[in-house]
Design a protein around this ligand. Structure first.
Ligand SMILES: *Cc1c(COP(=O)(O)O)cnc(C)c1O
Length: 376
């Protein structure tokens, strides 16, 4: 039986091994140390922000960034309904209320027109909006040309959920650098991994210092463990930061492989009626996951049928994120929802996109897809 092909599995090798061993031998097996400092500096450099603080997950990074911009009880945070649950959960952790907005059909990213309408309504009702939290869906930057002026006009900070978007850009500007703060994830399935980890980036030194303070139990700078507020234990290990540095060193190589996979999928489906790639034509995409959107009326088949065909051949696929407003846990949440996210969820399919897909795996997927299409 051939090995199972996953959607996006960790791509680590000898460089990661050597960085990790060096960190271990340095004695800094702690949530502090030279690799942590260097990882923060190197990632901030890559993203083009002045400051960065590493934490234990992307979710923790979102939580702290939201706290730092003032999200809390009595405030609202606007979140795209099409996202991974962590985006919405982080809002709830702060005590703020998530309000869900629908997306653009081409990219799955937050729809600026709907956001404008929602902000207008919230303002008219005198509701306090602490932040807008756009997600760079599957590694395509949200439409910041439209989003940033809208938010600036009403004085609402943007926190960018760039968890999936390291290495992506819009008009040459790197993902993560668009808002007051940006957030990355280094979970095992992301562009680079520390097995688990995250980062907050910002030009705002005070904001990053605030996150750093909260991530270390909000301990006052005195010897006797003085605390004036509740903090969190969200620091990243120095060992994992070393792993992250090796991965960051390889970022362009990893991005190149994902982009190549995207191009080959584009060719594979180029003449298939009723099929498009989500975010197609975005030159700055990092191609984290290549996702199909299938119009069953034109294609003559459903995304789910292709998924079943591939599953039988031990090839993993996934539907796009199930929208937050359809999740039982957020059943009572408010939002401005038009049905686009739900449509993408029902017609979309994420394909194996990992940077460690070798030629054997790629041809297995392509042959299986070709076989499926030939049978339609
Ligand atoms: C992965 C992801 C997160 C959470 O990151 P973790 O490191 O897994 O906590 C948040 N938002 C989005 C959009 C993600 O894809």
């Amino acid at each position: 039986m051939p090995v199972r092909i996953h959607l996006s599995s960790p791509d680590v090798g000898e460089l990661e091994e050597s960085y990790l061993i060096r960190a271990l031998r340095s004695g800094w097996a702690a949530p502090a140390g030279p690799d942590l400092d260097a990882f923060e500096r190197e990632l901030a450099d890559r993203v083009g922000t002045r400051h960065a603080v590493a934490v234990s997950s992307g979710t923790a990074a979102l939580h702290l960034a939201l706290l730092a911009v003032g999200a809390g009880p009595g405030t609202r945070v606007v979140v795209p309904t099409l996202t991974f649950v962590a985006t919405a959960n982080a809002v709830v952790y702060t005590g703020a209320e998530p309000i869900f907005v629908d997306c653009e059909p081409e990219t799955g990213n937050l729809d600026p027109e709907l956001l404008a309408e929602l902000l207008r309504r919230l303002r008219a009702d005198g509701e306090q909006v602490a932040a807008v939290l756009p997600v760079d869906m599957f590694g395509v930057c949200a439409n910041y040309d439209a989003l940033l002026p809208l938010c600036a006009a009403v004085g609402v900070p943007v926190v960018e959920d760039a968890a999936e978007a390291l290495g992506a850009a819009r008009h040459g500007r790197p993902a993560g650098s668009f808002g007051r703060a940006g957030v990355f994830s280094f979970n095992g399935n992301k562009i680079i991994t520390t097995s688990g980890g995250g980062m907050i980036v910002s030009d705002d030194e005070a904001l990053v210092a605030r996150c750093r303070h909260l991530a270390a139990q909000a301990r006052q700078p005195v010897a006797h463990y003085e605390h004036t507020e509740v903090g969190y234990n969200y620091r990243l290990s120095n060992l994992l930061a070393a792993l992250g540095r090796a991965q960051l060193h390889r970022l362009d190589e990893l991005l190149g492989r994902r982009r190549q996979l995207r191009e080959r999928y584009a060719k594979l489906f180029a003449t298939t009626p009723g099929v498009r790639l989500l975010g197609e034509g975005d030159a700055g995409a990092n191609c984290w996951l290549t996702c199909l959107v299938v119009d069953p009326a034109r294609a003559g088949w459903h995304a789910g049928e292709l998924a079943a065909h591939l599953a039988e051949r031990d090839i993993e696929t996934r539907p796009l994120w199930k929208p937050m407003h359809l999740q039982p846990v957020f059943a009572r949440a408010r939002g401005l929802v038009t049905g686009t996210a739900e449509h993408l969820y029902r017609t979309g399919l994420a394909l194996p996109s990992g940077s460690n897909m070798d030629e054997t795996r790629i041809s297995r997927v392509h042959l299986a897809v070709a076989e499926f299409l030939a049978g339609r």
